[in-house]
Design a protein around this ligand. Structure first.
Ligand SMILES: Cc1cc2nc3c(=O)[nH]c(=O)nc-3n(C[C@H](O)[C@H](O)[C@H](O)COP(=O)(O)OP(=O)(O)OC[C@H]3O[C@@H](n4cnc5c(N)ncnc54)[C@H](O)[C@@H]3O)c2cc1C
Length: 461
């Protein structure tokens, strides 16, 4: 018997303003799907909240009934903790409002907003804060793990720009956490994941950005990968914070600016954003063209919001995905050899390995400034196994794991909590380093019974 059969859902329904979805409801099947199709969980009940009060009711209901509780923001986390089997899911996808006050340069967004929702609201005023590279990702999960993207070298991690958060706690109480209100909780929320409560509203500090910026791609053959990557490493060591270049190794998608005979061939892609004056950026990126034989490029001035969506077609929901990730303080030649070897045996045309260059402002805070600890990470690598057919699960997962092992000797030891899969609970301590014990104490203070444990869990000490 599932919890759904024993639950008295009427208790939750009274006064609940959102939607309560049970397995027999037509909308249930879609509501239980998340970005990663390898996750196939069947909650007893999905509480699609429309207000903070709905969230309070759902938290109280889960706690009082002793039922497993999961929280869904944008539903993108690879580990699939946004869903659970047999328990209740607090689904925030109906709470997406994003409001900007241009005078104070602040944005307040609800816990179910996507990056696209927030970027659209902030860029209407020529403002932005660092978010990730796929616009359908949830602001909530991304922020709670630390958050980085194209603006991070200039403006830091997403959490470095968080001003305050409104949180529904395990006891059903509503708290506003900031530097001055519940500062210990505020510290923990900035990287500690969903361990401390349900965040219904985030308020961010914003910066003047664009709205038109220089951005785009340059593509080189895999046969020149080692030399391109070596030059890329040296170039980034001297690059200003305004310039971000990520490197991606994969099979070339059928992009219109690439010759047809390059489509499907293994390539090195440099993905570029310049935050400052586009004319300055144009001069700045010119040396990249000489890194090797340029197979094609697509660089120009375009709205920042368009660049924020540029990778969406390669990252659509519904594919099967498995990730492995390391942080790097530096990129060694031996790492490049390993990458090139594994790109030579890609198990599916959608698999890729990328190096996200962060560094810059993300590294200029002490490691205990926020719960996000990795102020030494200059590159975050993700081995992105991606495929469609369940028959390929074993092969693609094995490829990702094997390359992860081959690249481990060159890594810094830390890992980004938001890139951990469900089988990596043993890496949660590595995700927090020396901050782990402080997090466990704060967890004991605010969630001693570990109500919020469908996450990369920090057990209360
Ligand atoms: C295609 C893709 C691209 C990505 N690119 C980047 C990137 O560029 N930079 C980056 O930093 N990360 C990136 N990520 C990782 C991303 O930050 C994490 O997957 C993040 O957890 C997604 O948040 P979500 O709200 O969409 O996920 P969900 O799966 O909904 O949530 C993840 C977890 O966060 C918690 N949670 C969610 N919402 C709340 C809330 N309101 N209150 C409390 N807890 C909550 C829950 O524990 C939940 O299990 C990417 C992910 C994907 C799939």
């Amino acid at each position: 018997m599932t919890n759904a059969q024993v639950l008295n859902t009427e208790e939750l329904q009274g006064g609940f303003g959102g939607e309560i979805l049970l397995p027999e409801d037509p909308a249930y099947e879609d509501a239980r799907k998340i970005w990663n199709a390898t996750v196939d969980k069947r909650p007893a009940l999905i509480a699609r909240c429309s207000t903070t009060q709905d969230v309070v009711r759902a938290v109280n209901f889960a706690r009082d009934n002793g039922i497993l509780l999961a929280v869904r923001g944008g539903g993108h986390n690879i580990a699939g903790n946004a869903m659970c089997d047999d328990g209740i899911v607090i689904d925030l996808s109906g709470m997406k409002a994003a409001n900007v006050d241009p005078a104070t340069r602040r944005a307040t967004v609800e816990g179910g907003a996507t990056l696209a929702d927030m970027d659209a609201a902030t860029q209407a005023h020529g403002l932005a804060t660092p978010l990730g590279i796929n616009s359908t990702t949830g602001v909530a999960g991304l922020t709670l793990g630390g958050g980085f993207g194209w603006l991070s070298r200039k403006f830091g991690m997403t959490v470095d720009n968080l001003e305050s958060a409104e949180v529904v706690m395990a006891d059903g109480g509503l708290i506003r956490a900031s530097e001055t209100e519940y500062p210990d909780l505020f510290w923990a929320l900035r990287g500690g994941g969903g361990n401390f409560g349900v965040v219904t509203r985030f308020t961010f500090n914003l910066h003047q950005v664009g709205p038109d910026l220089l951005s785009g791609l340059m593509v080189y053959p895999i046969s020149e990968a080692k030399s391109v990557l070596q030059q890329y490493r040296d170039f980034m060591a001297a690059a200003p914070d305004d310039l971000t270049v990520w490197s991606v190794l994969r099979k070339a998608p059928p992009l219109p600016f690439l010759p047809a005979d390059v489509h499907g061939q293994a390539v090195v892609v440099l993905a570029i954003l310049y935050v400052g004056d586009p004319d300055q950026g144009t001069k700045m990126v010119d040396p990249l063209r000489k890194f090797g034989t340029l197979l094609g490029e697509h660089i120009g001035v375009q709205p920042y919001v368009n660049w924020q969506k540029a990778f969406d077609p390669l990252l659509t929901p519904g594919a099967r995905n498995y990730w492995k990730s390391h942080n790097f303080a530096k990129l060694d030649d031996g790492l490049f050899d390993a990458v090139i070897e594994y790109i030579g045996k890609l198990p599916s045309p959608q698999c890729e390995i990328f190096f996200g260059a962060i560094g810059g402002a993300t590294t200029r805070k002490p490691s205990d400034f926020t719960a996000y600890a990795h102020r030494d990470a200059r590159y975050v690598m993700n081995v992105h196994g991606r495929w469609d057919d369940p028959a390929d699960d074993k092969r693609c997962i094995a490829w990702a794991r094997d390359f992860f092992a081959a690249s481990a000797p060159f890594a810094s030891g830390g890992v980004y909590v938001n890139f951990l899969t469900s089988d990596e609970t043993d890496r949660v301590r590595s995700a927090y380093g020396a901050n782990y014990d402080r997090l466990a104490q704060i967890k004991r203070k605010y969630d001693p019974d570990n109500l919020f444990h469908m996450n990369q869990n920090i057990a209360p000490t």
